[in-house]
Write a protein that binds this ligand. Structure first.
Ligand SMILES: Cc1ncc(C[n+]2csc(CCOP(=O)(O)OP(=O)(O)O)c2C)c(N)n1
Length: 615
């Protein structure tokens, strides 16, 4: 079947049995590709039938489907002419793991961060109405993404708008880990309802079509249905805020899905279709561990084991050290926005369940929650990926920094992250946090320094950012020097060589580096000294803020050349800080070379490939 499908038009020619067969072939195809390239497996296996049904009923040459987060669009890509290209999934120069408008017109809106689809869809629906057009707009959102504040802001407005649009709630009871919270409790009540079937849908459909009485009759039925629901499910939230709720429907039954989607087309106001799916469907190993197979590196299909053994990474080191600190200090609490495993908090939860809070995909709430806790004397530690901290910027400013509250903001996945591309690169955090008064900003050169910084931060009694990269330490550099952490003090990790007569020194070079770039600076220093007669010192800046001004001025005065290296954007990071000091101190006789990422959104590829291209 898969061979016959080159566009959604081909799909429309298939009968029920053929579509079922296609679904199985697509599963196998995705499994093979993700086991080779890595990627988001379980979420894609869960939406195979839903995607087939959507493309069977709607016409994406005019209808708009917006996929929330967008990590579950591999099936959509296969069905919209990118079957072969999917073999290059997430590779440098290959197809992206998320929807990209530049890749296909059928990717009508870029996503990557959670909970944006409903707002974007409503925007498109309102634009359609103002332009007098007539197509369908559909947002597909998971129960995890529904926990994000933006999704609820969107629902609120859609319900009020009375716009014709559809929200498909893909409910698999999982975020990355099991979905938690009050909304999940509410959904679990809906899940226990009898599933919608073809027969009760078609009766309604027929009534709808009777001229004159169709619509009023359906409205009466809806009202009765609603009041019955009110009896069974106290407060039918979706209907109360302005949606027609349809479902729940079996998300692995293509025919039932198509029926309910066709029915939704007839409703002229907002519809929410509740679709029940299984994350990892069809691959038993992923069905059993959907969290492990949410996003995975290459793995062996037979066993599910990773092809490359996992080595220690910054997130794990962070999690381990936090447990050690929390054992000694019972004020320490940890908050995660639905990223318990990714941020290294799994063991912390086991050890301190009452001091661990998984609050849903809600970074803004996470930070203000932490501020509240800090105000009352706790020491909240909040690890969030760099690109998702973008969500919580105002909360960091308004709730944490202005009140100078002791929240430890741990910026995980800082710098280039690789295969997830533009939306996930952590290149902006130094730049945007540097603007915020009262924040202390640090970055460790290795695991040991992360541990020291975390201990320092939990004792600081001020708001503090610690940023660290994805993955592990630089394999080629082992640091012997670990000076004690002192607020605003840099560390010399390689001194100038002693001047001697056999090898006279022509030029002194200082390299300033921060975070993982310090290891690169050591390699660069060796390279310069091997290939020239220059004498190089390397300074680990440690604190982007407050920056060690005295140390920088001293180095600027004694060097003929200065190099800065940082794993962030060139704007408003370390290079900018050094340039500011040079201007303020009127130091003009130093040659400055900067290494940072350009002022550009950086595509997907391996970290090594991207570093080579951009760093
Ligand atoms: C703002 C933001 N925070 C965190 C993430 C990381 N993330 C990606 S998918 C996901 C879970 C999504 O769950 P759900 O919407 O239910 O989709 P499923 O994978 O279960 O199909 C999370 C937390 C993100 N993409 N965006």
């Amino acid at each position: 079947m898969l061979e016959k499908i080159n566009s959604p038009k081909d799909l429309k020619k298939l009968n029920e049995e053929e579509k079922k067969q296609l679904a199985e072939e697509i599963r196998k195809y995705i499994l093979e590709i993700v086991s080779e390239n890595g990627g988001h497996l379980a979420s894609n296996l869960g939406v195979v039938e839903l995607t087939i049904a959507l493309h069977s009923v709607f016409d994406v040459s005019k209808d708009k489907i917006i996929w929330d987060v967008g990590h579950q669009t591999y099936v959509h890509k296969i069905l919209t002419g990118r079957k072969e290209a999917l073999k290059t999934l997430r590779q440098f120069g290959g197809i992206a793991g998320f929807p990209k408008t530049r890749e296909s017109e059928t990717d009508c809106f870029n996503t990557g961060h959670s909970s944006t689809s409903i707002s974007a869809a409503l925007g498109m629906a309102r634009a359609r109405d103002l332009k007098g057009e007539n197509h369908n707009v559909i947002a597909v959102i998971g129960d995890g993404a529904l926990t994000g504040g933006m999704a609820l802001e969107g629902l609120n407005d859609v319900g009020f708008s009375k716009c014709k649009m559809t929200v498909i709630l893909n409910d698999n009871e999982m975020s990355i880990s099991p979905n938690l919270g009050g909304l999940n409790k509410f959904l679990s009540k809906l899940r226990t309802k009898k599933l919608y079937t073809k027969s009760n849908i078609s009766v309604k459909k027929i009534i709808w079509k009777i001229p004159g009485i169709g619509k009023p009759t359906v409205k009466i039925i809806q009202r009765i249905k609603r009041s019955i629901k009110q009896l069974i499910i106290p407060k039918m939230f979706f209907e109360d805020i302005g949606f027609t709720y349809l479902g729940p429907v079996d998300g692995h039954n293509i025919t039932e899905l198509e029926n309910i989607l066709r029915l939704s087309q007839q409703v002229q106001t907002p519809v929410l279709i509740h679709v029940l799916t299984k994350k990892g469907k069809g691959y038993e190993i992923a069905e059993k561990s959907p969290d492990k197979f949410h996003a995975t590196g290459p793995f062996n299909i037979e066993t599910g084991e990773p092809k490359k053994p996992k080595s220690p990474d910054y997130s794990k080191i962070f999690g381990k050290k936090l447990i050690e600190l929390a054992e000694k200090n019972n004020k320490i609490v940890a908050i995660t926005a639905s990223m318990k495993d990714g941020t290294g908090l799994t063991e912390f939860q086991k050890q301190f369940p009452e001091r661990f809070f998984d609050i849903g995909i809600a970074e803004q709430h996470a930070v203000t929650l932490a501020a509240g806790m800090a105000k009352e004397g706790l020491i909240p530690v909040v690890p969030i990926y760099s690109s998702f901290y973008q969500r919580a910027y105002d909360q960091v400013i308004h709730d944490v920094a202005i009140q100078n509250l002791p929240v430890v903001l741990c910026v995980d996945r800082a710098g280039l992250v690789g295969a997830d591309g533009e939306t996930h690169q952590g290149l902006l955090d130094m730049a945007f946090f540097r603007l915020v008064p009262n924040l202390t900003i640090m970055a460790p050169k290795d695991f040991k320094e992360l541990e020291d910084m975390l201990e320092f931060a939990t004792n600081l009694q001020k708001p503090v950012v610690i940023r660290y990269p994805r993955g592990g330490e630089d394999k080629n550099i082992k640091f012997e020097i670990h000076d004690e952490i002192n607020l605003g003090k840099a560390e010399v990790v390689k001194e100038f060589n002693i001047d001697n007569e056999d090898k006279p020194i022509k030029e002194k070079v200082t390299i300033f580096a921060i975070g993982k770039s310090v290891a690169k600076a050591i390699s660069l220093a060796k390279e310069i000294e091997t290939n020239s007669e220059k004498n190089v010192q390397v300074i680990n800046i440690r604190f982007l803020k407050p920056i060690d001004r005295d140390c920088i001025i001293k180095a600027l005065r004694e060097s003929q050349k200065v190099i800065t290296i940082e794993d962030g954007t060139i704007i408003n990071g370390l290079a900018t800080a050094v340039k500011e000091i040079m201007a303020e101190e009127n130091i003009t006789n130093v040659n400055l070379e900067t290494h940072a990422c350009p002022d550009k959104f950086i595509e997907h590829g391996s970290v090594e490939e991207l570093e080579k291209k951009y760093w």
